[in-house]
Design a protein around this ligand. Structure first.
Ligand code: SF4
Ligand code: SF4
Length: 76
């Protein structure tokens, strides 16, 4: 499983990560950040394949991705 960390304050809501996620797994929040933009959020961490397309597409380098060990993998 993967954990996506999107810097909510630095994101300018350009939507590139939303557009390019092959899983359609990122959306723009209805909340506004301090700069007045609607920042990107992951919809479901379980559906993220870890392809890193969003990380590569973000012009402001707002997205970090981490692999998270789930219990089944940890016990394998
Ligand atoms: S890593 Fe890939 S699947 Fe996961 S949110 Fe980013 S673009 Fe979508
Ligand atoms: S590509 Fe980057 S700046 Fe644009 S919406 Fe996604 S996280 Fe925000």
């Amino acid at each position: 499983m993967f954990r996506l960390v999107i810097d909510q304050q630095r994101c300018k809501g350009c939507g590139l990560c939303v557009e390019f996620c092959p899983q359609d797994n990122i959306e723009l929040s209805s909340d506004m950040n301090e700069a007045g933009y609607h920042p990107a959020c992951i919809i479901s961490e379980e559906d993220c394949t870890g392809c890193q397309m969003c990380v590569l597409m973000c012009p402001d380098v707002c997205i970090e991705i981490y692999r998270v060990k789930v219990e089944a993998e940890a016990n394998a």
